[in-house]
Write a protein that binds this ligand. Sequence first.
Ligand code: NAD
Length: 479
Amino acid sequence: MPQQHNNLIGGEWLAGSDYTPNINPSNLADVVGHYTQASAVQLDAAVHAARAAFPSWSASGIQARSDALDKIGTEILARREELGMLLAREEGKTKPEGIGEATRAGNIFKFFAGECLRLAGEILPSVRPGIGVEVTREPLGVIGLITPWNFPIAIPSWKIAPALAYGNCVVFKPADLVPGCAWALADIISRSGISAGVFNLVMGRGSVIGDPLVNHDGIDGISFTGSQLVGGRIAQQCAARLKKVQLEMGGKNPQVVLDDADLGQAVELSVQSAFFSTGQRCTASSRLIVTDGIYPRFVEAIKTRMASLKVGDALQAGIDIGPVSSQSQLDQDMEYIAIGTAEGATLVAGGERLKRDTEGYFMAPALLIDTIAQMRINREEIFGPVANIIRVKGYEEALAEANNTPFGLSAGIATTSLKHATHFKRQSQAGMVMVNLPTAGVDYHVPFGGRKGSSYGPREQGRYAQEFFTTVKTAYTLA
Ligand code: NAD
């Protein structure tokens, strides 16, 4: 009987209304564990526990906070292999990708352990003689954190770590598909020396737990990562209640390949960002925008490279691409391939369901050519191992196509031209721009986020995280 896992509320591990099995997408017969479903009453209790803990936590001092975050980061890094395997087993990333993500999570906690010691304010002269002005940052309060399934340990970490570092209390609702990493993280946090109620975990569905969390009067701000559909609704609910909100949402990221690109490099970075992590990254390149002169060679070379990719059980050695995360995501991927071909695109590689030793959601990475910007497959996020090639005449058209999207998260260019690389960095309407690097794959100590329909509110990560997780106070003193 797999272990049963409970919610963490006010320092106690509490059973919810029911337990849901967490299924391995590489092997549907493998149950990772049973995870409880919080009730709305438990959510309310978690918010009250966080509110009760806030006065002492926010006044606890930066050394105590730094020590707790450092301890969490140290344990995650020490257990990165085990946590990476858990991640691979429940989400379907390959084991090296899972270990990489766990390492990132540990590094994020370490970074914010230092960062909370560096929270600075300003002392300014007043325009009125004899008066001093101080500008300081204070914790926002109790924050609701809502996360998606595709980075089940890194995204919670890059929200929880700054929230705690700057003196806030947390109610964390992970995606219901991946409670395993969330529970493991909560277990580590619960042993870090922080007081009961500072950090709370409530597992359950968005409609049951997420919605009341957003609308709870005891919540001062919501930091959300997920789809545009859900994010847009949360933004409206927060605006109606005048709550601070931060949203990171989807992408339709372009990878431009110019005639003068190094072909081998361009193919490798396109394959990496389009198909690795099964294409289930908000920063994945789903639109490959290729200029005429290199187009025939690029298409042949990427097809050859794709044929060498090994799709299979995420925990097996030598696998490049694990399974799609769920049946509904697999259905969505397949449906978009059908939509694309019905719109006039040509499927030239992959796109079929694959059989392996175990029953899982395996799919061959798909490449569609003859696609144009107006097609739904180039406008809507598919979120699977599906890439579309848009053929263009030259750099100017490539840039225009890259920006021709309702999203604006990440954008890449493969070129040996300094002139075009520099122009692209300046003119791209994305929050993150990559030159001769995959659109996916970023550092943990610098801001992360996008523009247009991809992001809303202050940036996440790095020093910029303080914008959301603190509130500014201006104090005047008569000398
Ligand atoms: P989703 O929007 O379906 O769910 C995200 C979270 O919101 C989950 O925890 C879910 O339970 C919760 N939720 C659902 N309905 C809710 C409601 N009514 N009220 C409150 N919470 C609710 O997204 P997903 O399928 O889990 O994740 C995939 C999406 O996340 C993709 O669009 C992807 O691009 C995006 N994503 C963005 C980033 C980024 O940083 N920009 C990173 C990773 C993933």
